[in-house]
Design a protein around this ligand. Structure first.
Ligand SMILES: Cc1cc2nc3c(=O)[nH]c(=O)nc-3n(C[C@H](O)[C@H](O)[C@H](O)COP(=O)(O)OP(=O)(O)OC[C@H]3O[C@@H](n4cnc5c(N)ncnc54)[C@H](O)[C@@H]3O)c2cc1C
Length: 379
């Protein structure tokens, strides 16, 4: 076992930390309050290589490993989880999905722009009646010879109005159930696409979440990803990696809140001493530190398994489940440690608490992670 980071890993961690503190911290409260999409920040993230970290350099990516991605995601998420969800979707769902399963032509056409942030992508699986039960796809993709005709509605799509391409999962052959599902790369400017209004959310408010309606949208056959019927497997495999991204997002939200608490507990006085000298507070900090260490190790283990081609389905679900649950607990305690000040926006912890909640829901709820883990350990 080796628990030390390489000098490259340390450099990536340091670069992401510096970037987040210098470029994302300013304005984060206003962006959250006004639901302002972080356009300039995402542009800078693209230029710095944060949007295509694992993509092969021949397609303009950083060619980095998943460990590097976890380290960068944690640092960005400490400061702005709206930016980190955009980063996570683009890296681990869209870029990875295309690079791993796409054709050479698809990779050459889309990856260079995605990796540098000249375009961002969205992953469209959920529907009004298909969330956890992703096999109940109502969106159809009918084979018309040289193209497919897509009809249906996707819900809760991150980057819905800002993405230039959508990875769309749709049912081609109902008779075949989940084996009749396909995945397509759909360009946003295709005729027949309507983007719904941006959702007014509890957390990650400056990220862009919309529904997307497809009405007789023609998609060329060459935009299908993989063999006919591969779409459900594509979605599940892609989400396995995506969950490492969301686990690191939850980790970053938790460690960001913890770092604010450490500082505050040494400054704020009550009953004639700094509040950390009250055991109730120091024990809360001790729990936070221990849980964050566990969370980070689970993320890094899942990332390491992925980098070493070891099945990581169970590991990524464990990481996501644990990190999300701890992020919710730690951020709630962080508000408590800050007392009344924690309840107002200026101290950041209330935003982190609101942002933590979504990590228990998207890319598979905590209950669905338990389903994946229990199936894996009981098989
Ligand atoms: C801000 C935001 C961004 C999102 N981004 C995207 C995106 O980019 N792309 C995308 O495709 N989707 C996205 N989603 C959708 C998200 O993945 C779904 O909301 C999530 O999978 C849950 O589905 P649902 O909302 O339909 O809840 P449901 O599936 O209806 O679940 C409701 C409750 O029932 C529980 N439940 C359901 N089935 C079971 C079961 N078998 N056992 C135990 N409990 C169960 C769930 O855990 C949950 O507590 C996003 C959602 C949000 C809110």
């Amino acid at each position: 076992m080796n628990f030390t980071f390489s000098s490259e890993h340390k450099l990536i961690q340091e670069t992401a930390k510096e970037f987040a503190n210098n470029e994302l911290l300013k304005g984060v409260i206003d962006r959250d309050e006004n639901k302002t999409f972080p356009k300039d920040q995402i542009k800078m993230m693209g230029e710095m290589g944060f949007l295509g970290m694992m993509v092969d350099p021949k397609y303009g990516g950083g060619g980095m490993d998943t460990i590097s991605y976890v380290l960068a995601m944690e640092e960005i998420s400490k400061i702005d989880a709206s930016c980190s969800v955009i980063m996570s979707v683009n890296n681990s769902l869209v870029c990875w999905g295309i690079e791993k399963f796409g054709s050479d032509a698809q990779k050459e056409k889309f990856l260079p722009k995605l990796a540098r942030g000249n375009m961002i992508g969205a992953f469209c699986l959920s529907e009004p009646e298909a969330g956890s039960d992703a096999t109940s796809q109502k969106t159809t993709a009918i084979d018309k010879g040289d193209h497919y005709l897509i009809n249906g509605t996707k819900n809760w799509i991150t980057n819905g109005s800002t993405a230039s391409i959508y990875l769309v999962i749709a049912q081609t052959d109902v008779e075949k159930g989940h084996k009749g599902i396909n995945a397509f790369i759909v360009e946003k400017d295709s005729a027949g696409i309507t983007v719904g209004p941006r959702e007014n959310k509890l957390g990650i408010r400056s990220s862009d979440t919309t529904s997307i309606m497809f009405s007789d949208v023609q998609v060329p056959k060459e935009n299908r990803i993989g063999e006919d019927g591969f779409g459900f497997k594509f979605a599940m495999k892609t989400l396995e990696g995506g969950r490492i991204g969301i686990a690191s997002q939850a980790l970053g939200i938790a460690s960001g809140a913890y770092e604010l608490c450490l500082k505050y507990a040494q400054e704020r006085k009550a009953f004639g001493k700094e509040i950390y000298k009250h055991q109730a507070i120091s024990f809360m900090l001790a729990d936070m530190a221990t849980e964050i260490d566990c969370a980070r190790l689970l993320c890094l283990k899942a990332a390491w398994q992925k980098d070493n081609n070891i099945n990581y389905a169970e590991a990524s679900s464990m990481a996501k489940l644990y990190c999300a649950e701890k992020a919710m607990k730690i951020t709630t305690d962080a508000v408590q440690i800050h007392g009344g000040y924690g309840f107002v926006k200026e101290y950041h912890v209330e935003r982190l608490m609101r942002d933590a909640k979504i990590t228990q829901i998207y890319e598979g709820t905590s209950e669905i992670q338990k389903l994946v883990i229990s199936r894996s350990i009981l098989k």
